[in-house]
Design a protein around this ligand. Structure first.
Ligand SMILES: [Zn+2]
Length: 88
């Protein structure tokens, strides 16, 4: 039983984190969840940006076409302010 918990922590935790990060980046969560069993892929995934807008996670800048975190009020790259008509 202890061994099972150990395995779950060692492999399950990075897989779960990878799953969530892949979802927020518009990538295949199952594929990335499996890859993230090797935590190296968590780092790869962390630096992977989506190339399109993912509501609630990443915005696409209308001016320079870069994606940046949803919570920001201005583009990280060119400084263009976020124009959000329906901010609910
Ligand atoms: Zn921009």
């Amino acid at each position: 039983m202890n061994g099972f918990i150990f395995l779950l922590l060692v492999f399950g935790l990075p897989a779960a984190v990878g799953f969530k990060m892949a979802l927020s980046r518009g990538k295949n969560p199952f594929l990335w969840g499996m890859l993230c069993v090797f935590p190296f892929f968590l780092i790869v995934l962390y630096f992977e940006k989506p190339n399109y807008e993912i509501k609630g996670h990443f915005r696409l800048c209308k001016q320079c076409n870069e994606t940046f975190p949803w919570k920001r009020i201005a583009c990280k790259y060119c400084g263009a302010p976020v124009v959000d008509a329906n901010s609910d």
